[in-house]
Design a protein around this ligand. Sequence first.
Ligand code: C2E
Ligand code: MG
Ligand code: MG
Ligand code: MG
Length: 293
Amino acid sequence: ARKRDGKNGAQVYNSAILDKTRERAEIETDIEAALAANWFEAHLQPIVDIRTGACNGFEALMRMRHPRKGLVPPGAIVSVAEETGTIGQIGNLILEDAVANLARISRIPGMFDTYVAVNVSPLQFDASLPVKLSTLLGRYAIRPSRLVIEITEAVLMHDNPEIRRLLDEIRNIGCRIALDDFGTGYSSLSYLSRFPVDIVKIDQSFIRSLNNGDDDIDRRNKMLIEGIAAISHKMNCHVVAEGVETEYQRSTLIDMGIEYAQGYYFARPQAIGDVLTMLNADRSGDRIDSIAS
Ligand code: C2E
Ligand code: MG
Ligand code: MG
Ligand code: MG
């Protein structure tokens, strides 16, 4: 790129900031409208037994169904909602939608034991969360172990005793804790020893770099994933590999002793109606991996 003189550079910079500001303001407006008109929904992505492809549970992923823009993914929404403080309201809606959908899925024969995993923002971790969870579980008659709370290392980062107490309380209710995007933070391994965790989700960046290239980097990446899985198992955690997209990745992960996976290779996140259709088709003989992608 051509080196700009100071003045021109400043103009470009200013207009970039202006675009960012407009974009952010627009997301803020969309969030307000979405809360008022009920545009938030929890889509569900199957978490499968990696060997058989059988659906073990689901991750609830927030979507905004915008009447003009269509389905908006959570990326930009979550960070703006965390800044403006609306993440609490959105999070409550997603939690309720996820548990309500789990209750509907439970009525399909063979699905009475599946679980749903819900992403919870650090800002949702306040003293009212455990009561919210148990109220919700009671309302939909869901056994607590079927609700998994997904947290990222951002929740644990400050080693706050209040957070520790809340995690213990949530586990005392009977819900399980999953550590999301594992391996991407600053001190991932130490969180495993300091906090009660039931499920480790290996971040998709590790899975993405699993490819056929039989070079040194590939071999080292494999050892790293295998090591993470072994440590997690030693800590009595289940392991879920995120972002599995190819048969090569699937079979390599099986060889490493990983039991569960999630990714486009098996199924994409879907609205509840499509999930119910898929599960009913599955019952009548089709396997879930034949419906993937
Ligand atoms: P996450 O919790 O790590 O969720 C996994 C993301 O990977 C999802 O993106 C999912 O659609 C995507 N994914 C699944 N399989 C594949 C694959 O095979 N390949 C690729 N490339 N991607 C795959 P999504 O739905 O856009 O969500 C992004 C992030 O937004 C989530 O990452 C989570 O951190 C956050 N998020 C989603 N829903 C909520 C929510 O209700 N509350 C909060 N606080 N955060 C949420
Ligand atoms: Mg997650
Ligand atoms: Mg993740
Ligand atoms: Mg993520």
